[in-house]
Ligand binder design. Structure first.
Ligand SMILES: NC(=O)C1=CN([C@@H]2O[C@H](COP(=O)(O)OP(=O)(O)OC[C@H]3O[C@@H](n4cnc5c(N)ncnc54)[C@H](O)[C@@H]3O)[C@@H](O)[C@H]2O)C=CC1
Ligand SMILES: Nc1nc(O)c(N)c(N[C@@H]2O[C@H](COP(=O)(O)O)[C@@H](O)[C@H]2O)n1
Length: 225
């Protein structure tokens, strides 16, 4: 079998020192303005920004380059991973500021068919279908690569991050760690999902760079392949 041709994937989050992406009440204001500008500089230099539907439902993000000087044409393609097509039709990620790809499964329900038809009427929206119960992330990466998406910024949340790390689809990690502790067993962490059972199986990283930033620290790693 040939090597998987896939986009280069950078995973970025802002997290508390205890690895949380938000508090138990879903307050995710972790990064300060400087860190958000750092993230938007990464956004400006990738072809796609990817998030899971959990993040859309909780944060209603725009996923555009809006914290630094940029033109609408600088906006990368937004990619939402949404197995059951739960995306609200008024989600900000569906606005006209950029193109949006919604990746969903091949499984049909009457509600899903109706939603797909509505989404197809939106000129900036494209739907890609792969996988049965969950979006098949490996196949999706191949499809995106063939469409010319060569570099992706993965912006979470914890469930999608797990899916991407488990399938060995992440190439680089860049995290801002804030000097804050949130606690809470139910608060989302950088990587959730079912987790690896042994240290042997886990994703191994090579530390490349670290520097104090805002009130915290930025850590950059390459994923060992
Ligand atoms: N501080 C930060 O930098 C960030 C914080 N967040 C926080 O993370 C939380 C959202 O995270 P989650 O609830 O975990 O949702 P998520 O954004 O990770 O989306 C998870 C959803 O992705 C879908 N999915 C489809 N196929 C999948 C696959 N193969 N593997 C994995 N997922 C698949 C599933 O429907 C699943 O429910 C929010 O509280 C948000 O505020 C999110 C992004 C960045
Ligand atoms: N880097 C980073 N730091 C934080 O503290 C965050 N809460 C996030 N969240 C991510 O950014 C999205 C918001 O994007 P827009 O400003 O609306 O374009 C949010 O949905 C998370 O993916 N990131």
């Amino acid at each position: 079998m040939g090597e998987l041709l896939k986009p280069y994937v950078i995973s970025n989050v802002g997290m508390s020192l205890d690895g949380k992406l938000a508090t138990i009440d879903n307050d995710s204001r972790i990064s300060g303005e400087e860190d958000l500008k750092r993230v938007h500089n990464i956004r400006k230099n990738v072809d796609g920004i990817m998030v899971g539907i959990g993040t859309i439902l909780k944060d209603d993000p725009r996923l555009t380059v809006h914290k630094i000087d940029a033109k609408i044409g600088d906006n990368p393609i937004r990619i939402v991973i949404d197995s059951n097509l739960r995306i609200p039709l008024n989600a900000r990620v569906l606005n006209k500021d950029a193109k949006t790809i919604i990746a969903t499964t091949l499984k049909d329900t009457p509600n899903k068919i109706e939603k797909i038809n509505k989404l197809k009427d939106m000129e900036n929206v494209e739907i890609i279908r792969t996988g049965i119960e969950k979006v098949n992330l490996k196949k999706l990466m191949e499809i995106l690569y063939k469409k010319g998406i060569k570099k992706i910024l993965l912006e979470g949340g914890g469930t999608l991050n797990w899916g991407m790390f488990k399938e060995n689809l992440v190439d680089e990690v860049s995290v801002y760690v804030a000097p804050k502790i949130f606690g809470g067993v139910g608060a989302p962490t950088y990587v959730d999902g079912e987790g690896f059972k042994t240290v042997d199986e886990c994703v191994k990283l090579k530390l490349e760079k670290y520097y104090p930033f805002d009130e915290g620290i930025v850590l950059e790693f390459k994923v060992k392949k």
